[in-house]
Design a protein around this ligand. Structure first.
Ligand SMILES: Nc1ncnc2c1ncn2[C@@H]1O[C@H](COP(=O)(O)OP(=O)(O)OP(=O)(O)O)[C@@H](O)[C@H]1O
Ligand code: SF4
Ligand SMILES: [Mg+2]
Length: 340
């Protein structure tokens, strides 16, 4: 499958008074049309910073960016990082669009949802107001908002949290994008609505054959909807693999920690089995060696103090499955089995 988007060696840092914040460090991945890639990691691991770079949304004056974000369009390939702001604007909201975490902050309280849905459509299409309104109703219908003809003229506060998130999805899909980035689209919602929204995203993906990047700090929500998972820790990709590889044969102690903190179905909602002890490191002064070493119970198993002196490389563990850890595959598989 030819990828729609290729992220190559993407690094994003922010110069601050306290020092350089290395938010993402040498990230590479691809996503094909019809595929869902989940990006998972704790708060502050660099998920949103990476997606903002893909959308060309960082302020070049305050951000250091290197690497490439190649978009393979019918009109030809383009690198978002080096493209002109005008070219990036043509792509944003059309070929690539994004749903943000908090629908209330992305929806304007004084405009009707219909007007907000059609704003993006009018920007990229040559239609009049009548046509735009028709399109807004069509989109509200598509995302499962009943009585769309009436609701198109209502304001965001008249919608429930789940319905607002549906409006956001309608806005993001109004121009049939080839890639949709959904950044924590369901964190503000309760569990039932969460799964409805994720199913809606899955249906929309099938209908439009989109590539989807689903960003979340909760590994529990991705099993049903993702094809592949990238696990991020302290700005780096520490494990990449299919849902099956990550859930059943994980090859990284951090992922194993995340997996053991997913609430089980038989557990009362919200109860965590365990959490990973400690906090993620400061991105201004990462620990020497593996950034996960202060929290990793297996660091002492690696000979030669390697975890504390040398950054682990990303190693291919099996076809399409990579991880960044000094432990050998056999030991990791044993640890993975023990964790169950
Ligand atoms: N403009 C900025 N200036 C300085 N630091 C920043 C800036 N934007 C983000 N960061 C830092 O970069 C790191 C990564 O942030 P990012 O928003 O990508 O995290 P995240 O993985 O999306 O977390 P969350 O799950 O909380 O949304 C954080 O430490 C954040 O404080
Ligand atoms: S490299 Fe060492 S510290 Fe890092 S995850 Fe592997 S065992 Fe743990
Ligand atoms: Mg974020």
């Amino acid at each position: 499958m030819k990828p729609f988007i290729e992220v190559k060696h993407l690094s994003v840092s922010f110069p601050t008074d306290a020092g350089l914040v290395r938010a993402t460090d040498d990230i590479s991945f691809t996503v094909a049309r019809g595929e869902t890639l989940a990006i998972v990691g704790e708060s502050g691991s660099g998920k949103s910073v990476s997606s903002m770079a893909i959308m060309g949304l960082h302020n070049p004056k305050r951000t250091l960016i290197s690497g490439e974000v190649i978009v393979h369009r019918e009109e030809g390939d383009i690198d978002i990082i080096t493209a002109s702001p005008e070219d990036v604007r043509k792509i944003r909201g059309k070929s690539i669009s994004m749903i943000f975490q908090d629908p209330m902050s992305s929806l304007h309280p004084y405009y009707t949802v219909g007007n907000q849905i059609t704003e993006g459509w009018l920007l990229h299409n040559e239609g009049g107001k009548q046509e735009a309104r028709k399109r807004a109703i069509e989109m509200l219908d598509l995302v499962g908002i009943p009585d769309a003809v009436k609701r198109v003229d209502e304001y965001p506060h008249q919608f429930s949290g789940g319905m607002r998130q549906r409006v956001m999805i309608a806005m993001a899909l109004v121009n049939n994008p080839s890639l949709l980035i959904a950044d924590e689209p369901t964190t503000a919602l309760d569990v039932t609505v969460q799964s409805q929204i994720l199913n809606l995203l899955k249906d929309m993906q099938k209908e439009f054959n989109m590539a989807v990047i689903l960003i979340t700090h909760d590994l529990g929500v991705v099993a049903e909807v993702a094809d592949r998972i990238n696990v991020m820790y302290a700005g780096r990709l520490v494990e990449e693999g299919s849902v099956d590889e990550i859930f059943h044969h994980s090859q990284h102690p951090y992922t194993l920690g995340l997996l053991s903190s997913i609430p089980r179905v038989d557990e009362k909602h919200g109860k965590r089995l365990s959490t990973i002890p400690g906090q993620p490191p400061s991105l201004i002064s990462l620990p020497e060696g593996c950034a996960f070493n202060p929290r990793c119970e297996f660091a002492s198993r690696v000979p030669g103090n390697l975890c504390f002196t040398t950054k682990p490389e990303s190693i291919v563990r099996s076809d399409g499955h990579r991880s960044r850890c000094h432990l050998d595959t056999q030991t990791l598989l044993t640890i993975s089995k023990e964790g169950k």
